[in-house]
Design a protein. Structure first.
Length: 267
């Protein structure tokens, strides 16, 4: 299978490396398109594909074209890309907020799949929601799904509008966890720990809690109850969360992210 990736920042490179790691694409069949000269030199030094700085007819020979540029940069490449696409190629967009219909119209191309990955894809531990335009065969969709799964796990969505929720929950989600971890680390430092020790305690606690969620046959409420004994330290902390409406604040934040994704889709 021949794959072109247009825009090789962190996410584009994460996809490239995952394809190579699982032998889904050969290096000679992986075309990395990056307009930045500095970035091109870096990519060439990595020797993880054929690196070019412009969109040209070498893309025409690819089975899959992945668009991994910033949404605001999409318009600047449409004319060049439209000129080299062939009707049977599949275009996979991992740009936030740009709808399938807009991509189809801009590129005059029907075979479009839209996906929303997240940054843990860089470690092969991402989660990606994806959906597809009508007319893409099951065989082609399955090939793209296999490629996406090299970066972690994926979920096919019937309705494209659900990608706005995916963006809010998992696309933006890692930042929410980092934010909470940072507050715990900062608090631990104020309690007297050096930052390294504080980070060790918080990271291992987060890792252990994840594995309990994943392996214990208990609901989230039951897991909370198992830690929060009556009149104890955990209950004291949770009572502050409740007093300050933390649950409502978190949910409001996620809905705000979803709303912003919807706005970007309409712009």
């Amino acid at each position: 299978m021949k794959v072109a990736i247009i825009g090789c920042g962190n996410m584009g490179l994460a996809f490239a490396r995952s394809f190579l790691q699982y032998d889904l694409v050969n290096k000679k069949d992986l075309l990395l398109v990056e307009k930045s000269d500095v970035r091109c030199e870096h990519l060439r030094s990595l020797k993880e594909g054929v690196v070019v700085s412009t969109i040209d007819d070498s893309i025409t020979n690819c089975d899959l074209v992945i668009i991994s540029v910033k949404p605001q940069d999409f318009h600047s490449l449409t004319q060049d890309l439209k000129a080299v696409l062939s009707p049977d190629q599949v275009v996979l967009s991992i740009m936030a907020g740009i709808t399938i219909e807009k991509i189809q119209t801009s590129l005059d191309h029907k075979m479009v799949i839209r996906a929303m990955p997240n940054t843990p894809a860089m470690l092969g531990m991402g989660i990606t929601g994806f959906t597809a335009a009508e007319g893409i065969s099951f065989q082609k969709l399955l090939k793209v799904e296999n490629l996406i799964n090299a970066t972690g796990r994926s979920v096919y969505l019937e309705n494209e509008s659900e990608l706005n929720a995916v963006t809010a929950i998992s696309g933006s989600g890692p930042a929410y966890y980092y934010y909470f971890v940072k507050q715990m680390v900062d608090a631990a430092v104020q309690m007297g720990f050096d930052e390294g020790t504080a980070l060790l305690f918080v990271k291992q606690t987060m890792l252990g809690a994840y594995h309990l969620i994943n392996n214990a046959e208990l609901s989230l409420d039951e897991l909370i109850k198992a830690v929060a004994s009556k009149g104890g330290t955990t209950e004291a902390a949770l009572s502050v969360f409740e007093k300050n409406n933390l649950a409502s604040t978190i949910q409001q934040a996620l809905f705000a992210a979803q709303k912003r994704s919807e706005e970007l889709s309409k712009s």
